[in-house]
Design a protein around this ligand. Structure first.
Ligand code: PHE
Length: 340
């Protein structure tokens, strides 16, 4: 090889390397480049190995030049490696970046069912005027739901409340007939078994009726029962108590009126209407506790009198919130529930 050829060879290596290193896109390509230009079988390394065969003059000339070229190339490789690494770290950071200024995702929170809301409101109102809140079982015996309330088996009033009867084991044991309670009035009897007057209770809870459902009827709904027994109690006291309730629930403008009605466990019995936004609507059944029922409660009716009332919680909520279908309450439909 002539001196010119040797010179040319080094320049070619340098030129090609400089071209390629500029386009290196990632560390893998860079490593390939290193093998190609600085590896054991690369042109430059072969060149360096061959130096020993050159003349003294050529050695002096090309030895330093070739070594210098190798150092330059190594330096360029090193720089390229650093900047590629930086770029990759940058990419990773970009990918995992947490934008601490981004608005937080809203965690949806549950809340109380509209019936629970209104029930609690009603409980608060009654507790503020000295009533106690008591509960009774949803599965009842015929005795508490009917007989003790002056509704014997053959009484036509049983047909007023179509009943879900439970199948009880067909044994010789005298198991009482069980049913899903049709009214919370059963709690009056239970409470009186271990309390004597004066009595002031309300009893909220679920009741069941075996009937076709429509916009205003469901097979299950909730009632609030009330019972107050004391001396000199009259329908006027009932009216006063209900007025307190309705005014606190619906505003001072509401009015209350009674219409004569019939329930076997009260005498006289009344239907309670409330006037709200100019419209009268039926809202409760009520009356003075029947002497027969007081007798069952072992309360002396010559000394004590009392009133009882029962009203539908759904009805109260429907009026308060302007709901048009009673079945929505037990539908579990979130579009409905989320509005409260
Ligand atoms: N229990 C009656 C009903 O469900 C309502 C009522 C309760 C009437 C108390 C009078 C006294 O229809």
């Amino acid at each position: 090889m002539t001196v010119m050829d040797l010179q040319q060879k080094l320049e070619n290596i340098k030129k090609l390397f400089n071209q390629k290193i500029r386009d290196v896109k990632n560390l893998e390509v860079l490593e390939n480049l290193r093998v190609q230009f600085l590896g054991r079988k690369s042109e430059l390394v072969e060149f360096l190995k061959g130096i020993k065969n050159l003349t003294e003059e050529e050695k002096r000339k090309f030895g330093p030049v070739a070594n210098q070229l190798r150092r330059e190339m190594e330096k360029l490789m090193e720089d390229a490696k650093k900047s590629l690494k930086m770029r990759e770290v940058g990419k990773l950071m970009e990918k995992d970046r947490i934008d601490i200024s981004a608005p937080a995702k809203k965690i949806s929170q549950g809340h109380l069912h509209p019936l629970t809301l209104i029930q609690r409101k009603i409980e608060d109102i009654f507790q503020s005027i000295g009533f106690e809140v008591v509960e009774g079982p949803e599965i009842e015996t015929e005795y508490y739901n009917f007989n003790a309330l002056n509704i014997p088996a053959d009484h036509p009033a049983r047909e007023m409340q179509d009943t879900f009867w439970l199948q009880t084991p067909n044994s010789k044991l005298q198991t009482p007939k069980l049913l899903m309670r049709t009214q919370t009035s059963s709690v009056q009897i239970r409470y009186a078994e271990n309390h004597q007057p004066p009595i002031r209770i309300i009893s909220p809870g679920r009741v069941f009726r075996f009937e076709a459902t429509d916009q205003t009827h469901d097979i299950q709904f909730h009632q609030i029962e009330g019972l107050m027994i004391d001396k000199n109690i009259s329908l006027a006291n009932l009216k006063g108590v209900l007025e307190i309730l309705f005014k606190k629930l619906y505003g001072k403008g509401v009015e209350v009126r009674f219409r004569p009605s019939y329930f076997p466990f009260v005498e006289p019995g009344v239907e309670v209407d409330m006037k709200f936004r100019g419209k009268w609507m039926e809202i409760a059944g009520a009356g003075m506790v029947h002497p027969k029922v007081l007798n069952t409660m072992k309360i002396d009716s010559r000394i004590w009198q009392g009133f009882a009332f029962g009203m539908g919680l759904e009805r109260l909520a429907i009026i308060k919130y302007g709901i048009d279908d009673v079945r929505l309450f037990s539908s579990g439909d979130l579009r409905f529930l989320k509005q409260f």
